[in-house]
Design a protein around this ligand. Structure first.
Ligand SMILES: NC(=O)c1ccc[n+]([C@@H]2O[C@H](COP(=O)([O-])OP(=O)(O)OC[C@H]3O[C@@H](n4cnc5c(N)ncnc54)[C@H](OP(=O)(O)O)[C@@H]3O)[C@@H](O)[C@H]2O)c1
Length: 353
């Protein structure tokens, strides 16, 4: 077995703040071959999620651990990045359950995936099984498997038992989570009412979301329109909507909640508008609405390994049968610079503007 060191480049921050001000790209000391009980992993793809930005801003509950690299003059720094696809480059001599070339995703949150490579504890990763031939599982799927599809899966599974033909309403429907909701719901025979912000190319977006399985797509402006409410009654044939998913908060969600029927559940998982959520009291009194929060990290902490594996297997099956496609965001634009995860070189690149 080879014993080689790995070059290590990473995006780092030393103090919290605006990502455009505090992030920088560094070459760190080469990683030495893994100790006996560790794995050397090269990150093939490391996506950027909104929560990564919140981590850097210092407003997210989980944070990466502090690191030191005196050789390059760094006393205290952090490598952000919560999810990513690692390819096992080398296996420590006492590790038997992994092999070179295995695909792994992170079990430990905030593992620091915005780096070219890392030495990891096998306990902190999960091997992704790949069908030997003709697997539909791409690197992009695997790199984004930890957060968004499981969040969609969890929200569609954990709060209410939905039957084929039932309706789910959601906002932020074009987000990565929203797209996973559409696809998983469609696969289960559920119907979705999807709301997005208005935009000049709304028709194009509507077509895109319809092509992945959205039943109906509207804008938030439509929520104040009586004709839309009437149309929704018609398309749902009066069937009560019992699950609402909230990505954005604010008045869009207050209005969306009025579409919910009796004994419905409103599940909030994001706050993209940064506006507080206020709900009409009448929904609680007369419709017995229940309002929940959902955090995938908490689910990972609370679930058993068997539950977690069952969830991943279900999602992997949906990827293999073509029902779940990947909406990987390759880049994020932050004022001042662009952080690019290059599909060509599969390395992190910082494009300073
Ligand atoms: N609770 C959990 O466990 C969990 C798990 C995964 C994600 N999340 C959260 O879910 C949200 C979506 O994540 P994602 O990765 O799916 O995001 P994403 O793909 O980057 O999509 C972001 C979404 O937010 C919308 N948006 C952005 N700014 C907005 C604003 N000011 N007002 C209204 N909508 C706005 C975007 O709509 P436009 O196209 O109109 O800009 C888009 O629909 C984030 O808040 C994320 O932190 C939570």
């Amino acid at each position: 077995m080879s014993k080689r060191s790995l070059t290590q480049r990473a995006i780092i921050f030393q103090s919290h703040g605006d990502p455009s001000q505090v992030l920088s790209a560094k070459t760190l000391p080469d990683l030495q071959p893994p100790p006996p009980s560790s794995l050397a992993v090269r990150f093939a793809l490391s996506p950027i999620n909104p929560s990564d930005i919140n981590v850097i801003q210092g407003i997210y509950p989980s944070q990466p651990h502090v690191r030191t690299s005196k050789e390059v003059g760094l006393d205290e720094y952090y490598i952000p990045g919560n999810e990513g696809l690692g390819i096992v480059e080398e296996v420590g001599s006492s590790v038997s359950e992994f092999s070179e070339g295995d695909w792994v995703i992170m079990k430990r949150s905030q593992a620091g995936t915005w780096a070219s490579a890392a030495i990891l504890d096998p306990k902190d990763v999960i091997r992704i099984p790949r069908k030997p031939n003709s697997s539909k599982l791409t690197e992009a799927h695997a790199a984004t498997l930890t957060v968004n599809p499981p969040t969609a899966w969890g929200m569609l599974t954990k709060f209410i038992e939905l039957k084929e033909g039932d309706w789910v309403v959601q906002n932020g429907a074009n987000s990565a989570v929203g797209q996973a909701v559409i696809q998983i719901a469609k696969r289960r025979g559920l119907q979705t009412l999807n709301f997005v912000r208005n935009r000049p190319n709304f028709v194009e977006l509507k077509e895109q979301l319809s092509s992945i399985g959205a039943t109906q797509v509207f804008t938030y402006d439509d929520l104040s329109d009586k004709a839309t409410k009437q149309k929704i009654k018609e398309v749902t044939a009066g069937k009560e909507i019992r699950l609402g998913l909230n990505c954005v908060g604010g008045k869009e969600t207050s209005l969306m909640a009025t579409l919910l029927g009796k004994d419905a559940h409103l599940v909030s998982y994001g706050a993209m508008s940064k506006q507080p959520l206020s709900l009409p009291t009448s929904l609680f009194i007369f419709k017995n609405l229940t309002s929940h929060g959902y955090w995938q990290s908490r689910w990972y902490q609370d679930c058993s390994p068997q539950e977690r594996d069952a969830m991943f297997n279900d999602i992997l099956d949906m990827i293999e049968d073509g029902s779940v496609r990947s909406p990987l965001k390759w880049r994020i634009k932050i004022d001042g610079f662009r952080l690019v995860i290059s599909p060509r070189t599969r390395n992190l690149e910082v494009d300073w503007r």
